[in-house]
Design a protein around this ligand. Structure first.
Ligand SMILES: [Zn+2]
Length: 205
């Protein structure tokens, strides 16, 4: 026997579960948007990751799974519903990716970056622009390529880590903006990552 939607006064059949409630398509869409909005708002706070990260991750996983189920159901959604479901799926996966990468914060920490390239070793002092638990981005005056391995030394406390260049972007100034991912020390920044200001772009909704 089909289960009815648990939203008050709704007589539609339940097709998905949200927050441990069985809901119809319409109420899934409205409920999912409400949840996503609240995650998107709170993810701006670095403390969100430690306090609600796990719960939010579970919600987003379930949300993505249910959207897929609804889209593949015997009774297919109409065009408008399909567009909303796709929007929910994209938004959920974007937030999910952000959660997995951890908070990114804007912070200027002096570092020494060193390339142990056998042909042409070099080192350069720089300041970080953005930090995350897994890496950072900065502007480099030397040529960099994706995959290059660099040694990074914090000039404020001497901590050292190896990092891989994840992406590069040439600037008009001649410098290269580069994103680095740590391969040795995941705790390179320590508490800095959680105290500086987060830099997620706000999403208009
Ligand atoms: Zn309903």
């Amino acid at each position: 026997m089909p289960v009815n939607c648990s939203a008050e006064g709704c007589l539609e059949a339940a097709v998905a579960s949200l927050d441990e409630c069985q809901v119809c398509r319409t109420h899934f869409v409205t409920g999912a948007y409400r949840h996503l909005e609240s995650v998107a708002e709170q993810i701006q706070e670095p403390s969100f990751y430690s306090q609600h990260g796990e719960l939010a991750t579970r919600f987003l996983e379930q949300c993505m799974r249910e959207v897929t189920n609804i889209a593949c159901a015997a009774e297919p959604p109409d065009n408008l519903e399909r567009a909303r479901l796709l929007d929910i799926l994209l938004w959920a996966s974007e937030l999910y990716g952000r959660l997995r990468r951890g908070p990114r914060v804007r912070a200027s920490i002096p570092i020494l970056v060193r390339s142990e390239d056998e042909q042409k070793p070099w080192e350069e002092k720089a300041d970080t622009v953005v930090l995350s638990v897994h890496g950072f981005c900065f502007f480099c005056r030397h040529e960099l390529h994706s995959g290059d391995i660099l040694t990074c030394i914090r000039l404020d406390n001497g901590h050292r880590a190896d990092a891989r260049v994840a992406w590069t972007r040439s600037k008009d100034s001649g410098e290269t903006e580069a994103g680095l991912e740590f391969i040795t020390d995941e705790d390179f920044w320590g508490a800095e990552v959680s105290v500086a200001a987060p830099v997620f772009p706000a999403r208009d909704r």
